[in-house]
Design a binder for this molecule. Sequence first.
Ligand SMILES: NC(=O)c1ccc[n+]([C@@H]2O[C@H](COP(=O)([O-])OP(=O)(O)OC[C@H]3O[C@@H](n4cnc5c(N)ncnc54)[C@H](OP(=O)(O)O)[C@@H]3O)[C@@H](O)[C@H]2O)c1
Length: 465
Amino acid sequence: MKKYEIGLFGLSVMGQNLALNIARNHSIAVYNRTTSKTENFINNKVDNQEIKAAYELEDFVSSLEKPRKVMLMIQAGKPVDLVIDGLLPYLEKDDIIIDGGNSHFEDTNRRLNNLKEKGIRYLGVGISGGEYGALHGPSIMPGGNENAYAEVSDIMEDAAAKTEKGACVSYLGPQSAGHYVKMVHNGIEYGIMEVLAEIYDYLRKVLQLKPAEMGDIFAEWNQDFESYLVEITAKIMKKDDPKTGRKLIDLILDKAKHKGTGKWSVQNALDLGTAIPTINAGVNARLMSAIKEERVENSAQLKNSNQAVVDKKEMLPLLKSALYFSSVIAYAEGFKLLKTASEEYDYNLNYREIARIWEDGCIIRSGILEPIQEAFSENMDLNTLIIAQQFRTQLNAAAEEITDLITTAAQSGVPLTAVHAALDYFNSLKSEELPANLIQAQRDFFGAHTYQRRDDEGTFHTEWE
Ligand SMILES: NC(=O)c1ccc[n+]([C@@H]2O[C@H](COP(=O)([O-])OP(=O)(O)OC[C@H]3O[C@@H](n4cnc5c(N)ncnc54)[C@H](OP(=O)(O)O)[C@@H]3O)[C@@H](O)[C@H]2O)c1
């Protein structure tokens, strides 16, 4: 019986496209819990590729070359545990399970360590790029058992997006390093998406622009940014609704959903004691958007009576600066979190390499990743990107410009939460002096928590009254 190089379990949108992508260079067997999906895939999506459809789990596993490589592209969470349990009776020592879904990194650590005891090797692999990326070349973020990665690296490299620097995949580190980096990638994505949404809000509510005009502005700015998210925002602004002929963006309900990776980034950042306010603003804004009915009720009673008077020609460059500034800060927060996590969890991350594999295939690909790589090439231990010579002058200049933008937005009742958070993150990080002396005094006042002095060693308590 012919043996296949890799097996892919899970034929939803990502799994189907990734299977077709892998099949361009490698033989692959596929399986899905619901067999009709497998039939539909084989009959309607597969042309001449060498893809074997398996309808029984045992047949699926036994059709694979040893050591077997089984890639899971299924819903994250409990299903991954259930599927691993189902596979185990058919697997042998040294076989490799690859979880390509958006699993929580702590689940990946648990699974990896449990399977290690059984002799099964495990890789937690973050994959970004949506369904298009899965088919044409995603950014792939693998972590876990390093010698297992060596055995699948050719498959991963062939499937990944390519730049002139190579394939957008690199072994990132032990344990859950891959899923952790993917989580932070998604956190940065939340931050930049929110910044773009806020700029769109300013353009429509303060400058009173129409979507088509905004589309032109975003497209023009993107000649400098080369950002996928800016590119799709420009295209979204131009899209007509076939049903009504109006711009589709005007017909989409303003309630944003989320699947969890942004929230996990914020939760873990808090656990590690690292501030990521721009990313946090992205998560919070989705929560605020979700209470639409409440917002509608409130707005009837709390009408905004002011409208800032602004000059479009003057404000557009400031909006472009805000987009640049806040995007760089979202990356800076993400890389700071990666550095903290790498030290805490011994991931030994290579930040330059992470920026390199994000340069194509993934949702946060943009021109900003090139200077980020340069900054880490010059200093891999860089504490924060805001002091890198590639950014510091531009950030300082942009920070001054953004102030006017924030003022006029506030006057018009338009929230610029992420842009504001980015500015305050920058201002906090570059402040020699913060008002935390007062916080310490208050803590000591009501709770005898003690404080340190600038002029003496040790800890002190004062009877304040
Ligand atoms: N969609 C994206 O753009 C995107 C981007 C990056 C990463 N991801 C991640 O990639 C993974 C796959 O995403 P997706 O959107 O293609 O699919 P999905 O909607 O997250 O999951 C559906 C797949 O999971 C399978 N499944 C669910 N519960 C199962 C169980 N108990 N036992 C066996 N199979 C089970 C389903 O099988 P049935 O057909 O039998 O129900 C189906 O194949 C997810 O972890 C997702 O977070 C998605």
